[in-house]
Design a protein. Structure first.
Length: 301
């Protein structure tokens, strides 16, 4: 075995961990894979001969790459153009594949990723690396360009914001989740306002991300009655079309659907169900992004 092959095999041992770090940092599957690939390129150039703790070294490299990506994203201010829903992990199977399960450890659902997107890059770095991956503040300080005490404050501030956002704990029973989601679509198809309100939590949030090219079409709606009205006026007519089909799917490990039009995926919808009611609805309707997100699930990858 030559040195490059040996190094590649060692890197592959840590790929799942690195992808999990990058996904939590970025909320984007494509950017997460780019960050991991960047780490491999840097390792292959360095040779890794002097690296004693390869996992720690690679984690640091990926985190630094992700931090730079977040800072660049903030400069472009793409999020200001409309509602942004992070990339979900989508599967048509009843259980996620092992590599996807690793990405979703610690209940990293869409609801949490949405909150993480509201943090500053430095806050997100501190929270993800310390609270999710147990890195010491001393190690994070060098990445953030802050003192360990300052990084501790960043993590504390991020923790308060995450807690204050009231990220719901989804019902653990996927069958119960699916029953609620099915009732939601049945009420929408039937135009039954009262039935819709009944399956929605009073504080439900609906987010619709149509992509950066159509920011005016993005939606952020709060409250059961307001969401029900939006569903009946916007969603119900669409899902009644003969060419449109709803495919049950796992969206970040929870009940969701892939919507196809004439066989082509056009929308992904994730639901957060807690206490027998829908607490959050997150929809991505950017056709190119939906095609990419669903490629593996639909066998188009």
């Amino acid at each position: 075995m030559d040195e490059e092959q040996w190094l590649a095999e060692r890197f592959e041992e840590h790929r799942g961990h690195l992808r999990a770090v990058a996904y939590r940092m970025l909320g984007s599957l494509t950017e997460a894979d780019d960050a991991v690939q960047d780490a491999w390129l840097r390792l292959s150039r360095s040779g890794g001969d002097q690296v004693q703790d390869l996992r720690g070294w690679l984690t640091t490299v990926v985190a630094r790459v992700c931090l730079n990506m977040l800072r660049a994203r903030n400069v472009r201010r793409e999020e200001a153009l409309g509602v942004r829903v992070p990339d979900p992990l989508v599967s048509m199977d009843e259980e996620l594949q092992p590599e996807l399960q690793a990405l979703l450890a610690d209940s990293v659902g869409l609801a949490l990723l949405v909150v993480l997107d509201t943090l500053s890059p430095a806050e997100r770095l501190a929270f993800v690396l310390h609270d999710m991956f147990d890195l010491p503040f001393e190690d994070i300080a060098g990445l953030a360009g802050r003192t360990p005490a300052a990084v501790r404050q960043l993590a504390s501030r991020a923790r308060r914001r995450v807690k204050g956002a009231g990220v719901p704990d989804p019902d653990p029973d996927l069958a119960r989740q699916r029953k609620v989601v099915d009732a939601f679509f049945a009420a929408a198809r039937g135009g039954d306002f009262d039935a819709l309100v009944a399956v929605l939590d009073p504080r439900v949030v609906l987010r619709a991300d149509p992509g950066a090219r159509h920011p005016a079409a993005s939606l952020l709606v709060h409250g059961a009655e307001a969401v029900a009205r939006q569903v009946l006026s916007g969603l119900a007519p669409v899902i009644s079309r003969p060419a449109l089909h709803l495919h049950p799917a796992l969206v970040n490990g929870a009940a969701g659907v892939i919507v196809t039009m004439r066989g082509r995926p056009v929308t992904v919808v994730g639901f957060t169900v807690a206490g027998g009611r829908i607490v959050e609805i997150d929809a991505i309707a950017d056709a190119e992004r939906v095609r990419r997100i669903t490629a593996d699930a639909l066998g188009d990858g």
